[in-house]
Design a protein around this ligand. Structure first.
Ligand SMILES: NC(=O)C1=CN([C@@H]2O[C@H](COP(=O)(O)OP(=O)(O)OC[C@H]3O[C@@H](n4cnc5c(N)ncnc54)[C@H](O)[C@@H]3O)[C@@H](O)[C@H]2O)C=CC1
Ligand SMILES: O=C(O)C(=O)CO
Length: 319
């Protein structure tokens, strides 16, 4: 008999076909408060779970006694309690590397949009304010030849460094848990302390995973260390930043602007002060969201799932 698995995110039909070859699929395009009780009912005899963002902890696992594997369609896995999964001998997987280029493109988009005020100027044109030449008050700041500080020089951080070095002649500083010699050799990146990076960078790009060590990694003290002209970019997770401190830094001119793909609460609350600041460019957590990359991520996650359920080691097994 085919093992029952649950897909809890909208995926391409080719992804479903791959899974259906060996599994019986229960499909939820997304989970919400309406269908969550049905999902929990289905979970009782499910052997696999594939999707992204669902908090998988002891409480959920208590309701999934047959579960053998949990496959994230994401590289980040802060939604998974790996200790709880390991205690129950449940495998967990993610989708590293495949999305590096796409997320790095999004980050360059945030850097350029914030520095050159693209969303503001777009509105300026579309609301008929372009009656004569552009006044100095609409000027932006240069990106090329500036200093880019990358906190978290992993897969995505390195692809940001590549773009910034080759495309924009930027000087790259980085802070990481350990030295990244490949980034040093290929992109001329210089390793430095977090403090030095914050003091020297024109653009500060945060790209660490969310872990107990990186919660509020950037807070009041860190914003105080940044240049008044600094632009802060976050595409990691909302909770790596103390959002109150960020709001304060932007309001008081401690930093110049911010480009944000992630927030403490997602979807972001409409009363979040960040949404009414002209010097902040926001995106709805779309770092990897292109047709091509999301398809590849889902295919990789599906491969992890079917491999694990066959009894083999899935390619992206998390330790
Ligand atoms: N906005 C979006 O749509 C996306 C967000 N992400 C987020 O980006 C994160 C990073 O992704 P990858 O680059 O693929 O991961 P990665 O594991 O390749 O790189 C992360 C880097 O951060 C470093 N790091 C970890 N803790 C640190 C600390 N306390 N201080 C300094 N450096 C530290 C690691 O040494 C590693 O080099 C993901 O975990 C996820 O949360 C990833 C993909 C898309
Ligand atoms: O992969 C991740 O971690 C994301 O945030 C979405 O791609």
């Amino acid at each position: 008999m085919k093992p029952k698995i649950i897909v809890y995110k909208k995926v391409d039909k080719k992804v479903l076909e791959l899974i259906e070859d060996t599994c019986k699929v229960v499909y939820f395009e997304k989970l919400d408060s309406q269908n969550f009780p049905v999902f929990l009912e289905e979970l009782k005899d499910a052997e696999g779970l594939i999707g992204s963002g669902l908090k998988v902890d002891h409480e959920l696992l208590d309701q999934a006694p047959q579960l053998k594997i949990v496959c994230n369609i994401s590289v980040g896995y802060d939604n998974l309690d790996l200790t709880a999964l390991a205690e129950r001998r449940i495998m967990a997987t993610n989708t590293p590397d495949v999305l590096n280029d796409t997320v790095a493109d999004t980050i360059m988009g945030l850097i350029l949009s914030t520095a050159r005020r693209i969303p503001e100027l777009d509105q300026w044109v579309k609301t008929g304010q372009w009656e004569s030449g552009l006044g100095e008050k609409w000027f932006g700041v240069d990106v090329h030849h500036k200093v880019l500080g990358i906190i978290g020089m992993g897969g995505i951080g390195s692809d940001v460094a590549k773009r910034a070095h080759y495309g924009f002649d930027m000087e790259i500083l980085y802070h990481n848990r350990s030295r990244n010699e490949a980034a040093e050799q290929k992109y001329g990146a210089t390793y430095c302390s977090l403090e030095e990076l914050l003091k020297k960078s024109d653009f500060v790009c945060l790209m660490t995973p969310l872990t107990p060590q990186t919660v509020n990694l950037i807070g009041k003290r860190e914003f105080e260390l940044m240049k008044e002209s600094a632009i802060f970019i976050n595409a990691s997770r909302g909770k790596t930043v103390d959002e109150e401190a960020l709001i304060h830094a932007l309001k008081t001119g401690q930093i110049y602007g911010a480009g944000l793909d992630v927030f403490v609460q997602e979807p972001v609350n409409m009363d979040n002060p960040l949404l009414s600041m002209n010097n902040v460019v926001t995106l709805p957590h779309i770092g990897s969201a292109t047709y091509e990359t999301r398809f590849k991520m889902a295919m990789i996650a599906a491969t992890n799932l079917v491999t694990g359920l066959k009894g083999d080691v899935p390619p992206n097994l998390l330790k």
